[in-house]
Design a protein around this ligand. Structure first.
Ligand code: 2AM
Ligand code: CA
Ligand code: CA
Ligand code: CA
Length: 273
């Protein structure tokens, strides 16, 4: 058994530095992107800043950890996604990076977006870093070492919290049929929770559960780079992540239900299914 803990600490330090560097770029360019391109649809967009942030992070990772694998939103290939889906084994490290989570907010100049960086060893998430440059909030976790906000330990709401006492957050996928589905689900959950919020960054929503600010997040069709970092942060803060039907969520993503655990999780599954 090799001691990998120092290796993981070194990786976290690099991830934190790069999240802050990309965050500075986001802050400087918020609402000021000059090149806005369409991806799959009119509400699925990318800017020169998304690409610059990913390039900044990827090139530094390549320089410091040349043997590590890479999966980023703006550079991914199907082969890279398939590799993750197969569940990489052994000691190989994979970086799962969303350079701007909340691109539509960023384009509009709404000050709510994040940089999301996760690192898995084999199929196990070992490092999660989510950084909101607008209010300088850095969420971090290493597997088995707890979750932190700007260096202070955080934890999710108590397990016995009822859905009625929890704020529920959610996201609207850009695909129209998934939006319709979400609207139906909102009509089911709405009567039973304290409030509903949809702020536009999955990584921040999930990190906010970890910090006890909200109790729940759910959204359809999310990808590994949207959720991996905050997923580890939430687990280390005492929360749960599953699919919306309660089954385990694969690392490649899908429809996610993330909560503080306990009663809220059970009740959401009951209501959604
Ligand atoms: P993005 O800003 O990085 O694109 C908003 O509800 C959340 O969903 C954000 O985390 C956003 O990430 C993500 N998102 C938006 N459209 C998406 C799509 N077509 N597929 C996957 N994730 C998407
Ligand atoms: Ca995107
Ligand atoms: Ca994203
Ligand atoms: Ca993104």
């Amino acid at each position: 058994q090799v001691d990998i803990s120092q290796e993981i600490k070194d990786i976290e330090a690099v991830a934190v530095r790069l999240a802050r560097e990309a965050g500075a770029l986001i802050l400087a360019k918020s609402g000021r992107a000059t090149q806005v391109d369409r991806k799959a649809s009119r509400s699925d967009l990318v800017t020169e800043v998304d690409k610059a942030c990913e390039h900044l992070i990827q090139s530094e990772v390549k320089a410091v950890f040349p043997q590590h694998h890479w999966l980023g939103e703006e550079t991914f290939t199907e082969a890279q996604l398939d590799r993750l889906g197969d569940g990489p084994k052994g000691a190989d490290y994979t970086w799962l990076v969303d350079p701007i989570d909340g691109t539509l907010n960023f384009i509009g100049g709404l000050p709510f977006a994040s940089v999301s960086i996760a690192v898995a060893r084999g199929s196990t998430l070992q490092v999660g870093v989510v950084y909101n440059p607008f209010i300088d909030e850095l969420f971090t976790a290493r597997k088995g070492e707890g979750a932190y906000l700007n260096g202070e330990s955080i934890s999710a709401l108590p397990r016995e919290t009822e859905l009625e006492d929890a704020i529920v957050t959610l996201g609207f996928n850009s695909k129209p049929e998934r939006r319709k589905l979400m609207l139906q689900e909102i009509s089911k959950v709405g009567p039973h929770c304290r409030a509903i919020r949809a702020l536009g960054s999955a990584a921040l929503h999930i990190s906010y559960i970890a910090a006890g600010r909200v109790g729940c997040f759910f959204e359809h069709g999310l990808k590994p780079w949207d959720i991996a970092a905050a997923w580890l942060i939430l687990e280390e803060a005492g929360g749960y992540v599953t699919q919306m039907n309660g089954e385990p969520l694969p690392l490649v993503g899908g429809s996610i239900l993330a909560t503080n655990g306990g009663k809220v999780h059970e009740r959401m599954i009951e209501i959604l299914n």
